[in-house]
Ligand binder design. Structure first.
Ligand code: SD4
Length: 294
């Protein structure tokens, strides 16, 4: 059933932000604004430890952030990776999407662009995140653990009343990552993809594995072939998880959200996963999903 508008987002942390996005869409606002403003809210909240301010740092205790923005009408994309000391990476990504060239900037280049365009500088490392880093560092050493534990990306996809669609992502990436490590979140086709004529998808989980399957693009292509977002997302995640296990012996955590241009939504996941969704027919709500074995 065709909805007037719709929105879906990854993780429980998006539960409040999706209400803001839903209000924007309900009041005839644009999908581009809905995804950007909702993600900004998550980025600004200090207790969400995997996104924006308060995000967990890399192995050198620096907060390096990745973010992207895509417009489903023009297919414009903007992205930043490994950016430090700027408050809202998603907004920098959106601004970059207006450009014809140089749409994906990393590190110092992204920071110089942000500075030139008047974005707010802010130290993104909170005391709380620093303490978590110190504790983890000690544990890794004492217990000989793998350093990589804990990561979540906020992804949002929206359809507005004009039938336009947009998607955006923002993350601090893998906790204890190496300096300069970039995940799937700012990478088109892997971390996100949206096309007004079909729909959009966005991913969270282990970027190193998500990128091997270009999963967001894969889900959009399945929807193009007529699959419902639920079928497309679950099928793509399960098929690719199997493939990774077969070829490599293991598969990381992978979850994908999907929304088509009728406002129908779905998710696919190989782990327990929380997400938030809202449409013109359904109030904003947080859901818990478990993997469905194929
Ligand atoms: C990354 N995909 O940097 C991101 C992190 C994430 O749930 O979403 N984790 O690999």
């Amino acid at each position: 059933m065709k909805k007037e508008w719709g929105m879906i987002a990854t993780w429980r942390m998006a539960g409040d932000a999706i209400k803001l996005g839903a209000d924007i869409l309900n009041e005839n606002g644009k999908c581009q604004d809905a995804v950007e403003k909702a993600i900004m809210q998550v980025e600004d909240f200090p207790f969400y430890k995997s996104v924006g301010y308060g995000g967990l740092p890399n192995e050198d205790c620096e907060v390096e952030l990745d973010a992207a923005f895509m417009d489903g009408k023009t297919l414009s994309i903007g992205a930043v990776a490994g950016i430090k000391d700027y408050k809202n990476p998603v907004s920098i990504a959106r601004k970059l999407s207006e450009d014809r060239f140089n749409i994906f900037l990393v590190g110092a280049g992204a920071e110089a662009y942000a500075h030139k365009n008047g974005f707010v500088r802010q130290n993104m490392l909170t005391e709380r995140a620093k303490k978590t880093w110190e504790k983890r560092k000690k544990e890794i050493y004492e217990k000989n653990l793998s350093p990589y534990d804990g990561h979540d990306t906020v992804c949002m996809i929206a359809l507005d009343k004009e039938r336009d669609m947009a998607a955006a992502t923002s993350t601090s990436g893998l906790f204890m990552k190496k300096r300069g490590r970039v995940g799937d979140s700012p990478v088109s086709g892997s971390g996100f993809y949206v096309n007004n004529d079909i729909g959009g998808a966005a991913a969270t989980g282990l970027g190193e594995d998500i990128m091997k399957g270009c999963l967001s693009y894969e889900v959009v292509q399945r929807m193009k072939r007529g699959e419902h977002p639920q079928e497309a997302a679950q099928g793509a995640v399960m098929d690719f998880t199997e493939e990774l296990k077969k070829r490599r012996g293991h598969a990381g955590a992978i979850s994908v959200i999907a929304l088509n241009n009728k406002g129908e939504w779905g998710i696919g996941t190989n782990v327990e996963f929380t997400f938030a969704a809202a449409t013109s027919d359904e109030k904003p709500q947080v859901y818990i999903a478990n993997p469905i074995e194929g």
